[in-house]
Ligand binder design. Structure first.
Ligand SMILES: [Zn+2]
Length: 80
């Protein structure tokens, strides 16, 4: 399998974190998917897509337990 972006042939199954934005929060969902080691392009098969869509729906309906691992912070400008 060659990368459609960079045409490299180093695509390996890797553990990555998919990100979902929910209100002001970011939810990470770990998945193992093929990733191009050259350019970082991620390849999702049908099953993974369906899994992620299912998880996203559950997250938005608050049907899953989530663990807080950090906070999202915003830099606020101080005018002086
Ligand atoms: Zn690539």
């Amino acid at each position: 399998m060659k990368c459609v972006i960079c045409h490299g042939d180093e695509i390996e199954a890797m553990k990555v974190k998919e990100e979902f934005a929910v209100d002001n929060n970011i939810v990470y969902v770990p998945v193992q998917i093929p990733v191009c080691k050259n350019c970082g392009e991620r390849y999702y098969d049908r099953r993974t897509m369906q899994f992620l869509e299912g998880i996203e729906a559950k997250i938005s309906k608050k049907e899953v337990e989530l663990e807080e691992i950090g906070k999202v912070l915003m830099y606020s400008h101080a005018t002086s």
